[in-house]
Write a protein that binds this ligand. Structure first.
Ligand code: ADP
Ligand code: ASP
Ligand code: MG
Length: 408
């Protein structure tokens, strides 16, 4: 007998028939002698619908009220699953985030889980009930409802699995597991059997939305094994776990893309100490998260060029800061573009292999794709390119690195 946390995403509970399919799986797991806690997302499209409604009402909806609104999506789906499970004869109770004390900070729309009260869940499990939890939501210290950011139900599931010291956290979704590239745009994408937390962290943060990045951080920190699998077919998916020695043999594990990117360049700023500090201080004061930064200096002319990337949502605000600073510092101009994408190659095996970067640049060059910025870390290489070449770049890299033949 094991304690299993199962999370079902929006497409898996998109209509009543699918909710019944989920209920069937939950009952099967329970009938195998396991304790089951189920975390559900809102029904597919529901969170977007609520967001659109709020933004139709006003261009800047109040953050606190927006979280109260968005949390209703998961309230509905969790209660509906409980009703269906009851109708199938299973003892069950559903809970909202605050009812099982999923404590968070107060960052509305992107709150971080700080605590989970396992006692209520354990006492329900002891009574023989299935526990259904509304994903994506928590409560701050003052009792306000908060939400965890898009894809946040993954994090609810892993946090609960960590708090309960569950044997396994299963993430049921609309694909068969984690693939070497998004199967929606790369038909030769190959399902990965086992992937390390570190690689999965990079893949998630660089655009593979199959798991929310924070859920992988949580899983790594507390050693929760995750099984990402399909809610439509039986069969094994992908296990996300501690790094194993065989994993280093695979040089590149996957290629990801992120089109939610924008790039700003301040051309010809006077090259003197303190300019970068001044600039990025203004950006961070505006609460904008900067991703890549490149500064190039021309010694003869005494000028520097400063380029950086941010997420598209922060683009207007970052541009305003850049323009005002450029004027003050008498820079030549500000070049801004929001039709850019970040393409990344990820693999723990890169630590011991050189040549991945040059091969990646060669593949992009052969397709006539210009690289605007490059950044590397121990296990990843990212390039900023024109967004219109995203799919071409992903497929070309996937082919060139023969990721469809990836082992393991
Ligand atoms: P859910 O609603 O179940 O949480 P999501 O839409 O959040 O599902 O995540 C699943 C989607 O992630 C898939 O439909 C797929 O298109 C996308 N995805 C992007 N990159 C990858 C990848 N490398 N492997 C698997 N799926 C990926
Ligand atoms: N319903 C939320 C979203 O659409 C959370 C989730 O699905 O994980 O982002
Ligand atoms: Mg998701």
């Amino acid at each position: 007998m094991a304690l299993i946390v199962q999370k079902y995403g929006g497409t898996s509970v998109a209509d009543l028939e699918r909710v019944r399919n989920v209920a069937q799986r939950v009952i099967e797991t329970k009938n195998q002698g396991n304790d089951v806690v189920v975390v559900v997302s809102a029904m597919a499209g529901e969170t977007d619908k609520l967001l659109t409604l709020a933004h139709e009402a006003t261009s800047m909806p109040d953050e606190r009220e927006l979280d109260v609104l968005l949390a209703t999506g998961e309230q509905a789906s969790s209660a509906l699953l409980a009703i269906v499970l009851q109708s199938m004869g299973s003892p069950v109770k559903s809970f909202l985030g605050h009812q099982i004390k999923i404590g968070t900070d107060s960052a509305y729309g992107k709150a971080r889980i700080t605590s989970v009260d396992a006692d209520t869940i354990f006492s329900e499990l002891r009574e023989g009930r299935i526990v259904v939890v509304a994903g994506f939501q928590g409560e701050d210290e003052a009792g306000n409802i908060t939400t965890l950011g898009r894809g946040g139900s993954d994090t609810t599931a892993v946090a609960i699995a960590a708090a309960l010291k569950a044997d396994l956290c299963e993430i049921y979704t609309d694909v068969d597991g984690v693939f070497t590239a998004n199967p929606a745009i790369c038909e030769r994408a190959h399902k990965i059997n086992r992937i390390s937390y570190d690689e999965m962290l990079e893949m998630a943060s660089l655009g593979a939305k199959v798991l929310q990045t924070r859920s992988v951080e949580f899983a790594k920190k507390f050693g929760v094994p995750i099984h990402v699998r399909s809610s439509f077919h039986a069969g094994k998916g992908t296990i996300v776990c501690e790094e194993e020695s065989a994993m280093e043999e695979v040089v590149v594990s996957g290629v990801t893309y992120d089109v939610n990117q924008a790039r700003i360049e301040i051309a010809q700023v006077p090259d003197r100490p303190g300019i970068a500090a001044r600039f990025f201080d203004a950006i961070s004061t505006a609460n904008i998260l900067v991703d890549m930064i490149i500064q190039t200096t021309s010694l003869e002319e005494g000028f520097a060029n400063m380029a950086f990337t941010i997420s598209k949502a922060d683009f207007p605000q970052a541009l305003a800061v850049a323009q005002s600073l450029a004027k003050e510092l008498e820079a030549r101009e500000v070049i801004a573009e929001d039709e850019v994408a970040k393409i990344s190659m990820i693999g723990v095996g890169m630590r011991g292999h050189s040549g991945v970067a040059s091969k990646m640049f060669g593949v992009l060059a052969k397709e006539g794709i210009n690289i605007k910025m490059i950044s590397t870390s121990e296990i990843k290489i990212s390039c900023i390119i024109d967004a219109k070449y995203t799919e071409l770049a992903v497929r070309a890299l996937h082919n060139a690195f023969e990721l469809d033949k990836r082992n393991g």
